[in-house]
Ligand binder design. Sequence first.
Ligand code: 9MR
Ligand code: ZN
Length: 540
Amino acid sequence: MIHVNQTGYLPEMRKLIPVSEPGRYRICQADGICCKEIDAKDAGIDEAAGERVYLLDLTSIQQPGVYRIEDPQANSKEITIAPDVLNQLHWDLMKMFYYQRCGCGLKEEHAGCFAHDVCHNRPAKLWENPEITLDVTGGWHDAGDFGRYVTAAATAIGHLLYAYRLFPECFEESLEIPESGNDLPDILNECRCELEWMLKMQRADGGVYHKVTTLRHADFVMPQEDQDDLFVFPVSSMAVGDFCAVTALASKIYRKYDAAFANRLQTASEKSWEWLKENPEFQGFRNPEGCNTGEYDDTTDLDERLWAAAEMTRMTQGKKGMKELKELYEACPTKTELGWADVSGFAGLCVLTDWKGYTGVEMAEKFRHDFVKRAKSLAAQSQKSGYGVSLKPEEFGWGSNMNVLNNGIVLVMAYLFTGDKAFEEAAFCQLDYILGCNPLDMSYVTGHGSGAFRNPHNRPTVADGIDDPISGFVSGGPNGKPCDPDALRLIPEGTAPMKCFADAWECYSLNEITIYWNSPMVFLTAYATRKFYREEVENG
Ligand code: 9MR
Ligand code: ZN
């Protein structure tokens, strides 16, 4: 077996191809002429995959083109090398958010055959007092379900806005969405939909409701057919912290384009900041009896408060938040996490991209140290793995692909600070893994790669009667502890964690899609394509 990144490789990047057989391999060009012979090197046992892996290093092949890799028995696989090979992927990953839009309906001119009528546009009942109804329409459906959750939203917006902040040149292309052609880059148009919804989730006292969903997950129907009552569930301190952070970040980014919107974001952020100060105790979230939609429960809010303090300090140019930032930095045990449960790494991204230095040199030094230290251990893990993955066997849980991609972001950041190529190479290995370089030959992005998964646990995809899924959805990926009935049936006990996957739509603990599984990949494809887009900008 030859396992490749099925989308393709950038010419100058490291190209490590895992194979399952030792021996001499031939690399042939499109015309069939063999351009290289190479011996596979033993890379040892990959523990998470539970098998021995050999590696072919094709880094020296840099000439753009299509190449065939042939094993000693003449079985073969093709790879593409080109400077723009990831561009369409990057675009599709970003367009995904438009397909998740709620409360507006998708028009054929923007969604093609995936158009659908307006959904979830009725008032929602306040869980604590159903007599009261609220307008909380808009935003994105979280995932394969139709719920909308503040902490999940903030995580996705965090990835996207930091991708934009660092690599703006990669977001100039039109996404063909309703707002395209106005003065805003489309990534900001798209994020604004979510931010406008988030603003509606804030209470007058600055508290922020945790989520709005029906009581039970809908059947596998189109969103407009989900007619159950919507409920707005109680405030959690994670939601308030994340909201405070993300509105502060957004106010900074949108100010250049739309001062009125930036001011609304800033006011909302400061209101939530006050709430956080008045409510220092942790207010978690548990589903009430009878509710089975996403819980996004947590055991601490120190990381959310840390992120809020960092963004508050930057937004107010040091007038608010600095004292708390220093205290919370000491209190929060993690510093580099970028997932919905732990957002400490976004505080790091804030401080590390605070070019004006409002958050202070000392903080920047500390986070830089944390990111580099973490990146060293991720790069070491990635080198140890035959498939280049940075996860330890026990880290393949629900949504493992998010961890893989978030690790890629930490590695990119560490490369940007240190210039140490090993970090960049490891970051690209995470992309290769997601795009098919894994023992299942599975591309975990719909529509990208000959082995792309096709059956996401996504209600519209199952209900729309269209054969192909929408391109550009990232799967949650292998889960060493699968916990839905169909996954338990399909995955034999004892299966190696990296192989605990099935492309079956029923398997929500393996094969769902979410906004915060796409968003870290947008960050990575932005990083990967930045050179191409930068040159394009420079050459007019
Ligand atoms: O992504 C979440 C994963 O990390 C958790 O282990 C899992 C169980 O709590 O929940 C996942 O989030 C789901 C959310 O609760 C509802 N929308 C779909 C999400 C993806 O499966
Ligand atoms: Zn909807």
